[in-house]
Design a protein around this ligand. Structure first.
Ligand code: BGC
Length: 755
């Protein structure tokens, strides 16, 4: 017995020495080694325990008796608690009452802002503005860190090709390159390369991995994917976050190759830690370890063993690690080294955050007052909302509106505040949100108004949404009466602005839809308005791509505003009246119908590419293959004219670059910003390659009448992909470079790559 204990001690010391060589802070290593030498197994397991204390419950289990557990050293961190006061209270329990006085982590879902809410992430991605994304993340971190938090569950970087999935609203869309750029910008913004600053927080990249690829767009559903697809099309954003130094990784709910992510050793240890060299901590999603029982991976003890041995460090809400960890170590099913390694990674995060020096570093009433809803954050929120809007259509330049026009604003979202902040605006205060109506009034615009329709009419959906703080009030008037009133108002106007879309709860977590059109009763309103013969500008609020074929054919203009955040109303009014010029581009394809899903721009070719005149080609009988609005699409009030692109050379050698240059002229009547997009196709490969892949983009400001030369350097790095052996390399041969204003509006040049 003695001998076995001695062996364990020797082995653990050996482990620490090896690990100390990997991390670069000997002081931290010495501190943690010393601390851990005093810890019992139960206290070590306590560090792996992450209960929820507060309001936001996203699963069936709610944490119990947390305060007592903190005092016993059985809690490593909590989430859903914020405000300096509440955080201080719990931190005091840990620091004053637990044996080893180890401070707690305080985590929270700061997804698109903390109190000041920015546009939903799918909207922010449409800005294609990486400086903006980083600033939004930086501002969110500063606000969260002033409210007691030191850890946020962001960025969410799951690539998604199925708009039925409600959580597309939380991510950056369908493209791995754009997704990776955004992941990097968010990690940099949140962590600022220095976790010990009181204005930065530990970031969490999630949901590792492939959570966006659930079958049928249903949340939490099965994923089945080849490794070559994982590596080429889905992993990039997670890896970009890891390379940017993200401090924590959250596992996903779904299975991967038959093993749920929270117990998947290949994913967590072989890939993430060994191949990618990730050194930070791994946390489960909300009870995702327990949920492996429902997946069919065994009983509570078995899934605990699976998860710990897979490389999981922290158990969110499930309490399995503190429940079964000791027994599993004692029976030899899980080694003490595994527990030590997990505990150590959590302590390292706390050390890097500066919590051992000052457990109250993030607790400051003064900073909370200065940071929360500060003027600069509100201004940034408006700027972000403007830049995230996508002008999908604008016939005869109906937009911008003129103040001389008689404009009728119609729709349930004209005077709405609740929905503007979108889903996963966890601590956001919707009462601070500026509605369109409030912005019109503040700007002294003259307009008429009618509600026209309820936001949601289906009673079952209404109940579901209102059970989760939807606050959707139904008008006592019948649908017909509301429409009749709206038609009356519309008839007296020059232009109708219809503000319609989804309630915020119709996207986000556990909010998949099988029909992604505007709700039927809203479509009825639009049809009645159309019958008045007035031009209609459709202003949309929604958390996912919608099917808008009828709207596209019948509306004069369509402005996609997503859920724009605290300052959405001000931003929308500025854009509608031309004080700001829209510049957003879609980061996710809008299908013509749900039958096309999954639909994404960077698809492969078939052996029988579509040919309308040939029966046996890959197509639908009833609709074209093409989307309604392609990835990268987005108009401006001005026009951008592309000149002839040129390549500096027609062949590319290793260690050399070639430059593609294209002149872009602002040939319209407004100053504006254009996102110039570069796509590449590898024409012949050892495995089939996509028809095009985004490889670079530049967002450029061009004054009216001006021309700018936009250049992209291309190197062999841009041509690399994971081949059948999962080796990342390029292959010699012919390539196409496509440059343009959207993925479906490009000019093509060819070049060769030499090995
Ligand atoms: C979500 C995560 C979130 C967690 C904690 C889960 O249901 O999937 O994205 O971070 O809850 O709130």
């Amino acid at each position: 017995m003695m001998l076995r204990r001695l062996l364990v001690i020797v082995l653990s010391v050996g482990f620490f020495v090896a690990n100390a060589q990997n991390s670069h802070d000997p002081k931290m290593d010495a501190f943690i080694r010393e601390l851990m030498s005093k810890m019992t197994l139960e206290e070590k397991l306590g560090q792996l325990n992450l209960p929820s204390v507060g309001f936001d419950v996203t699963g069936p289990i709610v944490s119990q008796g947390v305060e007592e557990k903190i005092k016993k050293g059985l809690v490593g961190g909590v989430f859903n608690t914020f405000t300096p006061n509440a955080v201080k209270k719990l931190q005091e329990l840990a620091v004053n009452n637990s044996r080893l006085k180890i401070p707690l982590l305080f985590g929270y879902d700061v997804i698109h802002g903390h109190k000041t809410i920015f546009p939903i992430n799918l909207g922010l991605a449409a800005s294609w503005d990486m400086a903006l994304v980083e600033n939004v993340a930086k501002a969110s971190a500063a606000e969260a860190a002033a409210d007691g938090l030191n850890w946020v569950y962001s960025p969410m970087v799951d690539i998604a090709r199925d708009p039925r999935w409600g959580r597309v609203s939380e991510g950056s869309g369908e493209d791995p390159y754009l997704g990776a750029e955004i992941a990097k910008a968010m990690v940099n913004g949140l962590q600022q390369g220095d976790l010990s600053k009181p204005t930065t927080v530990l970031a969490t990249v999630k949901h590792f991995a492939l959570y966006g690829a659930g079958e049928a767009g249903r949340d939490y559903n099965t994923v089945d994917m080849s490794r070559i697809r994982m590596f080429n099309e889905y992993f990039l954003p997670y890896k970009a976050a890891v390379d940017a130094g993200v401090g924590s990784v959250m596992t996903s709910f779904n299975e991967i190759e038959g093993v749920p992510a929270s117990g998947n050793k290949w994913l967590l240890t072989d890939l993430l830690r060994k191949q990618w060299g990730y050194k930070g901590m791994i946390v489960s999603d909300y009870t995702s370890i327990n949920e492996m029982m429902a997946h069919g991976m065994g009983d509570a003890k078995a899934v605990t063993e699976l998860s710990l041995n897979a490389g999981m460090d922290m158990d969110m809400v499930g309490e399995l690690f503190i429940g079964y960890g000791a027994e599993l170590v004692k029976s030899g099913k899980v080694s003490i080294e595994t527990i030590d390694a997990a505990c150590r990674r959590i302590l390292e995060a706390k050390y890097k955050l500066g919590l051992f020096k000052d457990p109250y570093l993030y607790v400051s009433e003064e900073r909370a007052k200065a940071e929360i809803f500060s003027a600069d954050k509100l201004a940034l929120s408006k700027d972000a909302a403007v830049k995230s809007m996508v002008l999908l259509k604008n016939d005869q330049q109906i937009l911008p509106l003129q103040t001389s026009q008689k404009v009728a604003f119609i729709g349930p979202l004209v005077n709405d505040q609740r929905n503007l902040i979108g889903s996963w605006s966890a601590a956001g205060d919707w009462k601070q949100a500026v509605s369109i109506q409030a912005a019109l009034d503040a700007g002294n615009y003259k307009y008429t108004y009618a509600k026209g329709a309820n936001l949601v009419e289906d009673p079952a959906l209404l109940k579901r949404l209102n059970d989760h703080d939807g606050r959707i009030e139904s008008d006592p008037l019948t649908s017909e009466k509301l429409i009749a009133q709206a038609v009356k108002v519309a008839k007296k106007a020059d232009v109708v602005v219809a503000v319609l879309g989804e309630a915020f709860g119709m996207s986000g977590e556990a909010a998949s839809r099988s029909d992604i059109g505007l709700p039927e009763h809203q479509q009825k309103l639009l049809k009645a308005l159309k019958a008045t013969g007035k031009p209609i500008v459709l202003v949309l609020m929604n958390g996912r791509p919608l099917t808008l074929s009828w709207e596209d054919q019948n509306m004069s203009a369509i402005l996609e505003t997503w859920f724009g955040g605290t300052k959405a109303g001000d931003a929308i009014v500025d854009v509608l009246y031309g004080k700001a010029n829209p510049s957003g581009k879609l980061s996710m394809t809008f299908p013509r119908s749900v039958g096309q899903i999954p639909i994404y721009y960077n698809h492969k070719n078939t052996g029988r590419p579509m040919d309308e005149n040939q029966k046996y080609t890959s197509k639908y009988l009833d609709i074209p293959n093409t989307p309604l609005y392609a990835f990268g699409h987005g108009l401006s009030y001005t026009q951008f004219t592309y000149g002839t692109p040129e390549l500096s050379a027609t062949s590319i050698q290793p260690n050399q670059k070639i430059t593609l240059t294209v002149p872009v002229t602002n040939s319209g009547n407004y100053d504006g910003e254009e996102v110039v997009q570069l796509y590449i196709q590898d024409v012949v490969g050892s495995v089939t390659r996509p028809v095009q892949e985004l490889k670079a983009f530049k967002k450029v400001k061009i004054a009216k009448g001006q021309t700018v030369q936009v250049s992209f350097d291309i190197t062999v790095e841009d041509l690399k992909f994971y081949n059948a052996d999962l080796t990342f390399d390029y292959e010699a041969g012919k390539f196409r470079a496509m440059v343009g204003t959207a993925s479906d509006k490009v000019q093509t040049l060819t070049f060769d790559a030499v090995k």
